[in-house]
Design a protein around this ligand. Sequence first.
Ligand code: ADP
Length: 421
Amino acid sequence: MSVLLGAIADDFTGATDLCNTLVKQGMRAVQVIGVPREALDVGDAEAVVVALKSRSNAPRDAVSDSLEALAWLRQLGAEQFFFKYCSTFDSTARGNIGPVADSLLDALGADFAPVCPAFPANGRTVYQGNLFVGQSLLAESPMKDHPLTPMRDSNLLRLMGAQSRRRVGLVDRATVAAGADAVKSAFRDLARDGVGYGVVDAISDDDLLTIGEAAAELALVTGGSGVALGLPANFRRRGLLGDPAPAGLPAVEGREVVLAGSCSAATRRQLDHVRDTWPCIRLDALRIAGGDAVVDEVVERATGAWDDGPVVVYASADPDEVSRVQAVLGVERAGAAVESAIASVARALVERGARRLVVAGGETSGAVVSALGVRGLVIGAEIDPGVPWTKALGELPVALALKSGNFGGEDFFPRAFGMLS
Ligand code: ADP
């Protein structure tokens, strides 16, 4: 069977999150890292998600990357398209959500798409067109101070209206509560009136399923991963998708390694959980930046400790230590030095037999995947909410669990490897 759903995600962990949602609804999903420059076999994937880095770059670049991704997904035969952005609508006054959605609609020759970042399981709900984070309006949540995309308005109609060329309307909660047919006719009415986007209220997963069903015939759906919950059922109703089967696990044997570059509280708790039982090797950010042969030393120590359990290599430090390092090196140089050291360690350990890798940190994951030359990931079973086991697409026999820093419970590392044994 060919690809049914083609998606474009504006960042890496967002793409994984979307794949994970689709897999849980019984679709075989592959995450592709950037638009492939050469032919790439996605196997028997029913959903393909292209992970871009288009959240906060110039709108022109975000648009051209997204259009390239769309063209590639169309070549794969996808018949419906999804534009995935963050459930907190991370964007600036210029975009990139509006300009990208506009260009995708234009390219598809379509005139309407729903806009729904809601993700109730994570506290993101939309009511009367306003986005809430937990009990707070978006603009009163910590997102108001985000370094790249500070969100100072909570009203999605205004936010989308300011970024896009099309008019924006509302499909309110009462309509959603009335069911998929009511939502479908609200979409039709908006489109007939020349309104290009319908912000859709959603406060529960049931609402998302209703919206997904109502979107069955639309060429483009936009939103957070939540609104994709209802899309697989549309293909199933048409007999294009089998019954949901439990997601598999990567069948990969070999050494187990944790690579941690996240300094988040959750990752540090996860490291504390294994500190006394597994060999743990610290990467010193200042030594790395000082040009010491830290990577060689760490690789030697790690391979020497293979037999004592999964080996943990970490740069993660508490906020005081991170501030000290950043004061010496600058924020960007500190981050880049650590990311590149972890990526080199990953490459060397894979050359020496590491096959099951857990990576903690969004940027860190991006650096590791690129150092390993991984072009795509087949998404498997979920370890903790939002974090699946994956297997590298292609020749490299490597299982990867790529975890955004704050994700996962305290026992995430042993649980992840425990699922593979
Ligand atoms: P998260 O998902 O928690 O945001 P990321 O990997 O995206 O994790 O970001 C963590 C950043 O912190 C990376 O750029 C990493 O290189 C950097 N970092 C890790 N350890 C240290 C350290 N000890 N000092 C300074 N920066 C660090």
